[in-house]
Design a protein around this ligand. Structure first.
Ligand SMILES: [Zn+2]
Ligand SMILES: [Zn+2]
Length: 319
């Protein structure tokens, strides 16, 4: 499996359509599911993508507009019915705490597992092993966040000849150093990992805009991303409407992709008025050729070397 396996669970915006559910993305990484937004009926896409009921998991909500979180109670209910036992952390604007609490106390979610909701404002919010999820404020209507998910290997490749030259005994010391830990030898010396490892590889980075007007914080967060998943609600004829409603055009998303130097732009959350999205894609590609349209159940594999592979075999074409 790829280092990051990014699964689009919902690619719709505002009104869900046949084949285009409300927004949700799941990033699979070493036994984890990191979910960004949880649009209505996400539970069934989650099931179809076979993401696993009892995996280690955290959910990150961009903002309190219902198209981005109506699916959360349904997902929690499904997990309860299927006997999830692992705890679940949910991050998002502070109002999310009340939303989950009320859902749990009024509609009998009967959660079988511990759920913790964190109200966040921005910055690094979640860290596990070598992955950090950071939130950044975007420019929508009311408080809204985008997210960046970054995997950074702690060290470059282990160089045994250097370890031998430094007379570091083989075994646990070598193992600790290659996993990024400083070690204290019995002779009193302290050895840092960089002394026995090569250059660190570039981080892997996936950035999700949430709903936003074009903004500097997104441009900065997306710098050198392998993958930018951006909303692209309208084409440029409707730039005034995009601005009024706190969204962006396909051209604006593509300009951000150019400025940020991303590898691949995935356009999502486009208005139902664009049908299969051809006009959105055409507009973006004129600015940034390496653009594709999000589809429900489209998968993108990111390898450690930063290369990506788009898998459309299960993707649903909107009708
Ligand atoms: Zn939305
Ligand atoms: Zn919104």
């Amino acid at each position: 499996m790829s280092q990051f396996d990014v699964v689009i669970l919902g690619s719709g915006g505002s009104i869900p359509e046949e084949g285009r559910n409300h927004p949700s993305i799941c990033i699979r990484w070493q036994g984890w599911n990191l979910m960004l937004d949880a649009g209505e009926d996400v539970q069934r896409r989650f099931e179809r993508a076979r993401l696993g009921t009892n995996k280690r998991m955290a959910i990150f909500i961009t903002h309190m507009h219902s198209d981005h979180l109506l699916g959360l109670p349904g997902l929690l209910l499904r997990f309860s019915l299927l006997g999830r036992t692992r705890p679940l952390s949910i991050f998002g604007p502070k109002e999310l705490i009340e939303y989950v609490k009320i859902a749990q106390s009024t509609i009998n979610l009967g959660t079988t597992f511990e759920t913790t909701v964190y109200g966040i404002e921005g910055g690094p919010v979640f860290e596990v092993d070598d992955v950090i999820v950071s939130a950044f404020e975007v420019d929508h209507r009311g408080f809204a966040l985008g997210y960046g998910v970054v995997y950074q290997k702690p060290t470059g490749p282990f160089l045994p000849e250097r370890a031998e030259a430094l007379e570091i005994p083989k075994g646990p010391f070598w193992r600790d150093l290659s996993s990024g830990k400083t070690v204290h030898l019995e002779d009193g010396r302290e050895i840092a990992p960089h002394e026995v490892t090569g250059e660190k590889p570039s981080p892997l980075k996936v950035v999700y805009s949430g709903d936003t007007r074009p903004c500097e914080s997104l441009r900065q967060a997306a710098a050198d991303a392998n993958l930018l998943i951006s909303e692209a609600m309208y084409t440029s004829e409707l730039v005034d409407m995009a601005d009024k409603r706190g969204h962006m055009t396909a051209a604006a998303a593509a300009e951000i992709a150019v400025d940020a130097g991303v590898d691949l732009l995935v356009l999502t959350h486009y208005s139902p008025r664009y049908g299969d999205g051809a006009a959105i894609l055409e507009e973006a590609r004129a600015v940034f050729p390496n653009s594709i349209l999000a589809r429900d159940l489209l998968r993108i594999g990111l390898e450690s070397d930063g290369s990506h592979k788009v898998d459309t075999s299960a993707a649903i074409e909107p009708s």
